[in-house]
Design a protein around this ligand. Sequence first.
Ligand SMILES: [Zn+2]
Length: 297
Amino acid sequence: MTASTTPIAFSSYPHDRIGHRRTDEDWLAEVWASDATRVLVVAGTRIQLVDGSYAWVSPAQAPEGTRVLLGERDGVVSFAVITDSVNAGPDWVPLRGLVLAVTEDEAALVVHAIGIAEWIWATRHCVRCGGSYEVMHLGHVLRCTDCGREEFPRTDPAVIMVVTDGEAPDDRCLLGRHPSWPPGRYSTLAGFVEPGESIEQAVRREVLEESGIGVGEVEYFGSQPWPLPRSLMIGCLAKATSVDISVDGEEIEDARWFTREQMKAEAEAGTLLLPGGISISRSLIEHWYGEALPGQW
Ligand SMILES: [Zn+2]
């Protein structure tokens, strides 16, 4: 559920993950023998693009590798097969490149496949005994071959928020910029949720740390999986309780309050560069603004 009808990329066209099939050997043999089944080959953590589209193959065409059940949509079952990264040629693209090429109907499947591949790649040894892991449950469990410990894929929650002051339509929106960004680029504030912290507390802490602005009311907006490498961006609408900005100078070099008129004029002039349409940051800003805005990174 989202608090608005503003679309959020990667989130609007999910597949059925059919988790109960991950241990169903008979079912697996049946769908793997079907030409209707699709396989996305992941070499290390890269995917092949052919003419800008993902190179889905049939099970018969798929190389040997770790099978990952992604799920089912519109009656079609999709898998990933993870192979060694040495199989990746020059037309194999890492996720950062895929994010820009991703189409909405494929996004959730690709993000799922890459997320599992990244997790298996990064999780080499058992955290309890240092033993080796074997892949179980069609890519969704790693089990230590020595002590039997089971490891599950993890997601790191991060909050991302549009902070506003006053009442619409005269309220202003707070955006900040990172020191390394090119001139004119601004975005919503964001940060990781710390252990023991609620979403609301993380929003208030991050906004205060980065901009000096106090936040009271926090409302959930919507979320977006962001697998670079494994974040879940939790979008929030935050009401400011103060207006005087004091940036930390490290994570945020500058922060500004924008009126709708200022944002439109500067975005049209190209002096303000807003985040790309695929990001939840863009969705948050346009939700506040009330309609689409021109220009992007
Ligand atoms: Zn172990």
